[in-house]
Design a binder for this molecule. Structure first.
Ligand code: ZN
Length: 118
């Protein structure tokens, strides 16, 4: 499955310093979820929206006490993993946006190469 070109969104809920993802009111089988089951720390559990209007409408229904954030799902061209964090710029061409983990990995590789050369 490829999402290239299709942008999907999830709802993130700020919980202390972490982000939880909104799972929805029901599970895949249509069973109503308890309030504490509606949020997950795993992106894979998150309810995905490809329509921003639908997302905003659902956002309105969430408790006002929650700090919510609309998150874009991006796919890292390097490791092919999905992520919602702010992307890093690849050092290879200074243009490609990659996931933060790959950004760190590239930085370490550059550092290792530099140390070997000197
Ligand atoms: Zn990556």
């Amino acid at each position: 499955m490829s999402y290239i070109g299709i942008l999907e969104y999830v709802i993130g809920v700020i919980h202390d310093k972490d982000i939880w993802y909104y799972v929805g009111e029901k599970d895949a089988n249509g069973k109503h979820l308890r309030t504490d089951e509606r949020y997950s720390s795993f992106l894979v559990d998150a309810k995905r929206y490809d329509d921003e209007d639908v997302l905003r409408w659902e956002l309105e229904k969430l408790p006002k006490t929650l700090t919510c954030k609309i998150l874009e799902i991006q796919r890292c061209p390097k490791c092919k993993k999905e992520f919602t964090e702010h992307p890093a710029l690849s050092r290879e061409d200074n243009a490609t946006e990659i996931c933060p983990q790959c950004g760190v990995r590239e930085a370490v590789e550059v550092y290792a190469r530099y140390n070997k050369a000197s």
